[in-house]
Design a protein around this ligand. Structure first.
Ligand SMILES: [Zn+2]
Length: 162
């Protein structure tokens, strides 16, 4: 796993460059070695250099793009923490958000992607397998919690005999 520059800068991959810059400037002020009472503290210096390094990487749109892609790659290469293995029918439709939700223990929710909804209704024999292909029926589908880093694995519908 590469260093998470977003984490160091206290921001998110979806943040704009302005937001990241603001966060960086606040952190630099806070952690600048000149402002610390403990001169020469290695941890303080290290953190300061990390903040600086993170900003130098993310401020350049080209570098940031490359970095984002790399992070994405690693996210999928790493074994996700599978919180539960569930079926589409385990999701409950939430009228407020108009989406299918499965509760996470952190209080957040796993949201069933729209493109995975259709195939739960295709047991009538009319729908063909093309829908399932769109849903990644042949792949393992993982859904991330919207609050924490837990992941649920979406299993194929057991009751579907085709
Ligand atoms: Zn969660």
């Amino acid at each position: 796993m590469p260093i998470n520059y977003y984490e160091i800068l206290n921001c998110h991959p979806s943040d704009t460059i302005e937001e990241i810059k603001k966060s960086y400037q606040a952190l630099v002020l806070k952690h600048h070695p000149d402002k610390q009472n403990t001169t020469g503290d290695r941890n303080v210096l290290q953190l300061f250099y990390q903040i600086d390094e993170a900003w130098k990487m993310l401020r350049d749109p080209e570098q940031r793009k490359k970095y984002d892609a790399e992070m994405q790659q690693h996210r999928f290469n790493d074994e996700p923490i599978v919180y539960a293995k569930i079926y589409r029918k385990d999701f409950e439709f939430d009228a407020d958000s108009q989406s299918n939700l499965y509760p996470c223990r952190c209080g957040g929710y796993f949201v069933l992607p729209d493109d995975c909804i259709e195939s739960s209704d295709c047991d009538n024999g009319v729908a063909d397998s093309s829908i399932d292909e769109n849903c990644g029926e042949n792949d393992e589908v993982y859904i991330e919690c919207d609050e924490c880093s837990f992941v649920v694995q979406l299993l194929r519908n057991q009751n579907t005999n085709r």
